[in-house]
Ligand binder design. Structure first.
Ligand SMILES: [Zn+2]
Length: 334
């Protein structure tokens, strides 16, 4: 790659990849959860990213996570509840980017008040393939406890069903997929709208994998339920999905920009905490720890899950490419 390549990797990241991941990550990587964004439209830090992150920037940043691999993706717009007025521009930016690549797909960001007829016309005009929603758009004062209906109303799910779209859903509520209201919503909705494919982000947001062990058995048998692994660094969270649904339902995802923060989420108690570079934990009695990129920690957790579930190379290639290619209708030779 030319020297001008956008890169946030340090020596510690390159060593980590060579030691832990080089022999694991397949030649082709379909990133099934990555954001493309305009800096003014999002609430994550602008630095160290460029003002506009499109597919070219995604490709370059993927070199920090899986160098030398062919990369395609399913992209989600950047968004912020504080800049709702910029959501249309974010959707436009994403669509322009996705239009340049026959092997990439994109989601349209919806707000709960959106008129389904307008959404249908917009998604068709922009030639997108899915819907993305987020809890911060719910009206309730504490959206971390929002029920799915509050930020993804049924008329939008019905539209996705009519059109055969996917929906990427980041569960909230403290116990995520173990929460009875979430279990009820997922079960009811997947059964009523079988032509809609639901993707539960972050391995069902099982940052505390005990929630996956408790909740996923209630969802077994739903044929239109998928999971992206993005940003989840807990092997058991991925394993619970593989064991309950089979590895064909699991899609690799980076969650760029989260992949390029440094640290990881750690399950603890009945919840989890995020450790980032500013957390006061890296100098301890025994060692000085240099945290690596979240995306690398994430990949290692997926490696451990695949190893522990005794998956062969073909199954790993499914998780990194074939499952998403099938789901999104990306032809083998594109
Ligand atoms: Zn995300």
């Amino acid at each position: 790659m030319p020297d001008a390549r956008l890169s946030l990797a340090r020596e510690v990241d390159r060593e980590f990849f060579a030691r832990e991941l080089e022999s694991f990550v397949p030649d082709r990587v379909f990133d099934a959860h990555a954001h493309l964004w305009l800096a003014e439209a999002v609430d994550w830090p602008a630095a160290p990213f460029p003002a506009r992150v499109g597919i070219a920037e995604h490709q370059q940043l993927c070199e920090d996570l899986h160098p030398g691999r062919r990369t395609a993706g399913y992209f989600l717009p950047g968004f912020s509840a504080a800049h709702k007025d910029l959501i249309p521009a974010s959707n436009e930016w994403l669509a322009q980017q996705v239009a340049t690549r026959s092997d990439c797909r994109g989601a349209f960001f919806v707000q709960p008040g959106d008129d389904p007829d307008w959404v249908q016309a917009e998604v068709r005009r922009l030639k997108l393939h899915a819907l993305k929603c987020y809890h911060t758009m719910a009206a309730s004062p504490s959206t971390w406890e929002a029920e799915v209906d509050e930020f993804l109303p049924e008329p939008l799910v019905r539209l996705a069903d009519q059109e055969g779209w996917c929906i990427t859903l980041h569960l909230v509520r403290s116990r995520a997929v173990a929460d009875p209201k979430n279990i009820d919503w997922i079960t009811r909705t997947c059964r009523r709208f079988p032509n809609m494919r639901l993707i539960l982000a972050h391995s069902a947001r099982g940052f505390q994998p005990a929630h996956n062990l408790a909740g996923l058995p209630h969802l077994a048998g739903l044929d239109n339920l998928y999971f992206d692994t993005s940003a989840n660094c807990e092997p058991i969270a991925h394993q619970a999905i593989i064991r309950t649904f089979g590895h064909e339902r699991l899609l690799y995802g980076s969650d760029l920009p989260v992949s390029h923060f440094r640290g990881r989420a750690v399950g603890i108690g009945d919840s989890f905490v995020w450790l980032d570079e500013s957390s006061p934990v890296w100098g301890d009695k025994h060692a000085q720890v240099s945290p690596v990129l979240v995306g690398l920690e994430h990949l290692r957790s997926l490696k451990w899950a695949c190893w522990s579930e005794r998956l062969g190379d073909a199954a790993v290639e499914d998780i990194f490419w074939n499952n998403a290619a099938r789901l999104f209708g990306v032809a083998a030779r594109e």
